[in-house]
Design a protein around this ligand. Structure first.
Ligand code: PLP
Length: 386
């Protein structure tokens, strides 16, 4: 059986897949099993922060794998401790809980918010406000948090205690606060799966001041927006606010599974022994990978992310067949006059891998994509959209 047939036969049928069997690559170039080369503007959905088979990343991973690949959280491990220190130092957050995915990072954020509220406001104060059109994961609880009915269908009853407010509508948040006993609000700075829709700076600031006034927590889901993608280390930093909890995953370890829930001053001691755990959390190989990724997300790289982002926005905005460009940094949504699926397919035919989010073409290239490759790929997109 070839790979496609074997996949269809043996892997649960949960994904609509593009017709590509990626077998190898270097940086932002990927080769399929037929030897066709593509410029990759998807990075494994914002995971391969420095592209594929990156030399520094390989070194960090293989050195750690050769020393010790796993020892469990019953013992101490240096890579996990070093990574937690780096994350706290770079963000001002105080402690970190490590897991393996975005959904788990959010699950931890939700547990921390509920425990904090139970301790400080009473056990009936558990509601978490999320935003319509949001995406927070696929577990039953993170589905409940996700503000899109389409993901809920057939999986009810979901975990109780979530209500949705409208993004960029502070009155809608005020209403939710008035009608519920609220523990926290959770939001994405840019709604990724929701169609690459950024929050407005005034809305974010108003939410944070409302949270201070009404004593509830602010959680940023930075699973997709985090780790340099927005042009800042974390996207909340674009708004000049300080969250209480930040969840992240995807690009953090540059291609290995790692989730992190960053805990601020108010909640740094909310988790105590036995309250939460993860067998693989802070796995040494994943942590070593993340340390290497984080160490490279410096001011120079972030300035390049912004420069490349500006290039894409400027080049595509107003082009024939393009209805608009949204997003932040290298998280970009392109509204096309043609059906987005048609544009994605045309790009693939012409050697460029792009993604979709709702009705938009979505770009999530590696943070270090070379400018010449980005320019070539943007020309292909413009052609495909025309
Ligand atoms: N939160 C956001 C904002 C996401 O974009 C995603 C995945 O796309 C998740 C959570 C879930 O992450 P994971 O698939 O790693 O569980």
């Amino acid at each position: 059986m070839d790979t496609k047939t074997k996949t269809a036969t043996y892997i649960a049928n949960t994904y609509g897949r593009f017709d590509v069997v990626a077998v190898k690559g270097k940086g932002s170039l990927i080769t399929d099993e037929n030897g066709k080369e593509y410029i990759d503007l998807g990075s494994g959905i914002a995971v391969n922060s420095f592209g594929v088979a990156d030399d520094e990343w390989i070194k960090a991973v293989t050195e750690q794998a050769s020393a010790i690949q796993h020892s469990s959280n019953l013992y101490y491990t240096k890579p996990g401790a070093d990574l937690a220190e780096a994350l706290c130092t770079r963000t001002g957050m105080k402690k970190v809980f490590f897991s393996n995915s975005g959904a788990e990072a959010n699950e931890c954020a939700i547990k921390v918010a509920r425990k904090w509220a139970a301790d400080n406001k009473g056990s009936d104060c558990y509601t978490i406000i999320t935003l319509e059109n949001s995406f927070h994961g696929r577990t039953i609880t993170t589905l409940a948090a996700t503000g899109q009915e389409v993901f809920h269908k057939d999986f009810t009853p979901l975990t109780e205690g979530f209500v949705q407010a409208k993004a960029n509508d502070i009155e809608s948040v005020r209403e939710a606060v008035k009608n519920n006993k609220v523990a926290a609000i959770m939001m994405e700075a840019v709604q990724g799966e929701g169609g690459v829709v950024p929050l407005e700076p005034d809305f974010v600031k108003e939410v944070v001041s409302l949270a201070e006034k009404e004593n509830f927590l602010v959680i940023f889901d930075e699973v997709q927006t985090g780790n340099g993608r927005s042009g800042k280390l974390y996207a909340y930093m674009n708004f000049g606010v300080t969250p209480d909890i930040v969840s992240t995953a995807k690009g953090l370890a540059g291609g290995l599974p790692l989730g992190a829930t960053l805990l601020g001053e108010k909640v740094k001691d909310t988790l105590t022994p036995g309250l939460h755990g993860s067998t693989f959390g802070a796995n040494p190989v994943c942590s070593a990978a993340a340390l290497s990724v984080l160490s490279r997300i410096d001011d120079k790289l972030l300035a390049e992310v912004k420069e490349k982002s500006d290039y894409v926005f400027k080049t595509l905005t107003g082009k024939p067949g393009i209805g608009g460009v949204t997003g932040m940094g290298l998280m970009i949504g392109i509204k096309t006059v043609k059906d987005a699926s048609e544009v994605v397919a045309k790009c693939q035919e012409n050697g460029v891998l792009v993604l979709k989010a709702k009705d938009k073409v979505r770009l999530l290239p590696a943070l270090n994509i070379p400018f010449d490759l980005l320019k070539k790929a943007v020309d292909v997109i413009a052609d495909a959209a025309e």
